[in-house]
Each structure stands twice: as C-alpha cells, then as structure tokens.
Design a protein around this ligand. Structure first.
Ligand SMILES: C[S@@+](CC[C@H](N)C(=O)[O-])C[C@H]1O[C@@H](n2cnc3c(N)ncnc32)[C@H](O)[C@@H]1O
Length: 217
C-alpha cells in the first residue's frame, strides 16, 4: 500500500474536520452553491469522492451520481450520509476508469474535489485520459482544490525531480505521512486540460480554487 493510501485510510473517520475550519466557511458556501447549478439534471461521475462532502451538494440537483474512491474506509464514511438523488458507490482507482467504460457507463458531468493536487505532474495526462473515456461530449468537468494558503497549516517539506511538492502530515495517532500536494497555476490547469476541453471558468477564492471546462472529445 502506498503512503497516500495509508494516510487516507487512517484519516477517513476524522477527514471532515477540514470542512469545519472557520476561515473556510464563506468559500465553502459559495462552492456548494456553484456546483449545484452546474450539475443540474446531469449524470455525474465523482472521482476520489472521499467521505462524500461534495456528493451531498451535487445530489441536490444532479440526476444521479457514481461516487468513486480507492479507499474502502472513505466510501464507508460516504455511505453514512443521506443524498437527494440516486448515488451509487464504487471502489475505483482514478487512473483506471476503463472498467466503467467496459460496463457501458457514461456521464454528462464529472467532479473531483481536492484530488488534482494529489496527482503527480507526470500522471496528469494519464488521469485525464482515464476520466475522459467515461464522459459524453459536452460533459461539464469541475476540479476544486486548495489554494496556496493551505501551506500555512502544512508547509512544503520537499520537492521531487518532477517538480511535485510534498507536505508532512501528522494524524491523531502520531503517525506522520509524506503526502504529495501540488498547487497548479491557472496556466498549468489550462495547458493540461486544453487538449480535451473548452475552458469555462476559474474562480480564485481565498482558500480554494475552482476550475471548470467542457469536455469536447
Ligand atoms: C483529499 S481527499 C478528497 C476527498 C473528497 N473528494 C473531498 O473533497 O472531500 C483525496 C481522496 O483521494 C482518494 N484517493 C487516493 N488515491 C486514489 C486513487 N488512485 N484513485 C481514487 N481515489 C484515490 C483518497 O482515498 C481520498 O478519499
């Protein structure tokens, strides 16, 4: 099991603390409302859905959601919430969405919260290629992640040969984990997604950013 898997498995029961920080509340309310508008009536694929924090808001307007994550412990937490549209779950590696395609599944929306920052730069294309094979043309894709202000809590403690940055995170048990956490710029986000989609929106909040594009095939 890799470092990130251990970290998110152990952190699952207390993951939602990040949504309680007082300084994040205004940004969260804005994002919660924004994503509901985007996914109205859509079939949404959620990547690395974690404990389902965003799933609950998407479910208010979406037609259906397939919430995926690699960690059983995270999906167990997600299943404790209630949702307002049909939500299926799947233990699924974000880099191997081909399994869904084999089953004939396709989606008119995709969402990934706080996931892109964990994708190594050298695997971005692999991740997006994996994701896009499940989307219908015109699908709306939203990526949400932390802005660099998050480094005030978790300073960068390392950089590798590909330019990926790392933070050292400590859990309640006292274990420490070296977690890959990147902070892509708007230019980098545009460059990475341009071959696959039409840029639609970038919202730069104090604590988070939101990047949205329309999948074009
Ligand atoms: C920072 S959490 C984000 C959870 C949720 N999207 C949210 O915003 O609250 C990152 C999630 O990625 C999941 N994850 C890590 N590696 C993964 C992979 N290769 N494929 C799918 N999910 C993965 C972890 O289990 C964890 O739930």
């Amino acid at each position: 099991m890799d470092e990130m898997a251990n970290y998110y498995k152990e952190r699952a029961p207390v993951y939602d603390r990040v949504y309680g920080y007082p300084e994040r509340q205004a940004d969260l309310r804005f994002l919660e409302s924004h994503i509901q508008e985007t996914y109205r009536g859509r079939k949404v694929l959620e990547i690395a859905a974690g404990t389902g924090y965003w799933t609950q808001y998407i479910s208010r307007t979406a037609r259906s959601i397939l919430a995926t994550d690699r960690e059983v412990a995270q999906v167990d937490e997600l299943l404790k919430r209630s949702y307002e549209c049909p939500v299926d779950t799947r233990i699924q590696d974000a880099y191997h969405m081909d399994r869904l395609v084999d089953e004939g599944k396709s989606f008119s929306g995709a969402f990934a919260g706080f996931w892109l920052s964990h994708v190594p730069k050298e695997r971005l294309k692999e991740f997006l290629t994996s994701l896009h094979q499940c989307l219908t043309p015109g699908a709306r894709v939203i990526l949400i992640d932390n802005s660099a202000v998050q480094c005030d809590r978790f300073p960068i403690t390392g950089t590798d040969e590909n330019g990926n940055t790392y933070q050292t995170r400590e859990l309640d048990s006292g274990t420490t984990h070296r977690v890959l956490k990147n902070f892509p710029t708007l230019d980098e986000l545009k460059q990475t997604t341009e071959p696959f989609g039409e840029f639609q929106n970038y919202i730069d909040l104090e604590n988070f950013w939101l990047f949205q594009y329309k999948f074009k095939k």
